[in-house]
Ligand binder design. Structure first.
Ligand code: ATP
Ligand code: PRP
Ligand code: MG
Length: 402
């Protein structure tokens, strides 16, 4: 059964009504089975006929007195493997005894427990104080964090899980000539009695976005996957879902529209602010994780290039190298004399230059090196670039007021 979220009468209220939505029984259920959901607290109360059911979706946010630090990682789904691969590349391999065990550790980080959880539960548990750090998509942080000030994005671009959250509508029928959010909002079809039906797993972001775009009459239905089928099944008019290659939309005769992107997302490292401030050792561990992530992620896009160059002095060679736009390196070239023996004497005819070059600019850099007399160009991958203090660490301290 699909559940539907209906906007409250007042657009400023954070309360929504949740109705079971089954095409044939929708209105009957709507009239008889109201369920009220208060998203602003972590307690979800459902009143179903006479029964009172109370579900505690997480303890009130507090810093518990446990000593171990806790990092939440996705237990399944497309992010799970990429997250473990990234940590491994940062020399932070996760040691997991067996695949069904949900707790693990990272030998390099003592006193840190790794807990495998579904991405949305990672965010919930950060808010409830049961986790301190987590790696999930920004989409999940934004949807389930609901703008909480207790969540701090420590690293905002881990370079995987790239996608965007976007509105999509059918290419056919009444939507054939609709190509922007403004046009969608102006359609006369959407009224209080017959609102635009949007299928999504992102009801918090969706309702906020629709309000911002001026769509007053909207009703959301949720499902756990394959949302792209909803319009063709007659269950929804539009969908709000993640898009990466666009293939799923195309294959289901749906299109994105101008102004319809709610959020650009990729994997992020997120932390509980309370934990960072109060939990002993967490700030140091977070610093180490940021440094390792940055060192790896900066290196991924770069090659080390070594070349020999004839010259009269290191200064003169440096001048030549710096005259080329693609050869500046990180801070400038390292230029070292190459000593060789001629007629019994040690002489310097050549200088070795070492620079870092963005992978995308490699061929251009080799051409520029040759143009200024470079030869014997050696190219090798870079594993880590540890710079001076990372800007992200300074930013984090700023956000914590430290
Ligand atoms: N098509 C996509 N391309 C890239 N990243 C995506 C895509 N879809 C989702 N993501 C990112 O991966 C995260 C996990 O997605 P999701 O929970 O859908 O995993 P999954 O592998 O599809 O498993 P599930 O079966 O639970 O849907 C999302 O929150 C989002 O950040
Ligand atoms: O733009 P694309 O590259 O086609 O990717 C988009 C699809 O990927 C995700 O679905 P997923 O594969 O996770 O399946 P699901 O709906 O079962 O979660 C997302 O929900 C879209 O359906
Ligand atoms: Mg999915």
């Amino acid at each position: 059964m699909i559940m539907s979220l209906r906007a409250p009468p007042s657009s400023t209220s954070s309360s929504w009504s949740l109705f079971p939505l089954c095409p044939s029984m929708h209105s009957a259920f709507r009239a008889r089975l109201p369920l009220s959901v208060a998203f602003s607290t972590r307690i979800v109360r459902c009143s179903l006929l006479q029964d009172q059911v109370s579900v505690n979706a997480g303890a009130a946010s507090k810093v518990s007195d446990r000593n171990e630090l806790r990092l939440g990682l996705p237990s399944k789904g497309r992010m799970a493997d990429d997250t473990l691969d990234l940590l491994k590349d940062c020399q932070l391999s996760v040691r997991k005894v067996n695949p069904r065990q949900y707790v693990a550790d990272i030998p390099q980080l003592s006193n840190l427990e790794v807990w495998f959880q579904r991405p949305k539960d990672i965010v919930r548990k950060l808010l409830s104080g049961d986790l301190d750090l987590g790696i999930v998509g920004l989409d999940i942080v934004s949807e389930y964090g609901q703008g909480s000030e207790d969540l701090i994005i420590v690293h905002d671009s881990l370079d995987f899980g790239d996608c965007h959250l976007s509105i999509a509508i059918p290419k056919y029928g009444i939507f054939e000539n609709i190509n922007s959010m403004e046009e969608l909002a102006r359609m006369p079809q959407w009224t209080a009695d017959k609102p635009l039906r949007v299928a999504t797993g992102f009801t918090y972001l969706g309702s906020k976005f629709m309000r911002e775009k001026g769509l007053k009459h909207v009703v959301f239905s949720t499902a756990d996957g394959a949302l792209e089928a909803a319009p063709a099944m007659g269950i929804a008019d539009a969908i709000l879902d993640l898009v990466s290659s666009g293939t799923t939309l195309r294959e289901n005769n749906l299109k994105e529209i101008e102004g319809g992107i709610v959020l650009e997302s990729q994997a992020v490292l997120v932390a509980s602010k309370k934990s960072l401030v109060h939990r002993k050792g967490l700030l140091d561990t977070t610093h180490e994780i940021i440094e390792r992530l940055e060192a790896h992620l900066r290196a991924v896009g770069q090659f080390t290039v070594v070349a020999n160059m004839r010259g009269n002095s290191a200064d003169e060679v440096a001048q030549r190298v710096l005259s080329q736009p693609s050869l500046a390196g990180l801070q400038g070239p390292t230029v070292s004399p190459v000593f060789c023996k001629r007629d019994g004497e040690v002489v310097v005819d050549y200088y070795a230059i070492v620079i870092c070059v963005p992978k995308k600019a490699l061929y251009k850099s080799v051409q520029q090196l040759r143009a200024i007399g470079g030869s014997g160009v050696l190219v090798s991958p870079l594993t880590y670039i540890f710079d001076e203090e990372t800007p992200r660490w300074q930013e984090l301290l700023g956000k914590l007021g430290l």
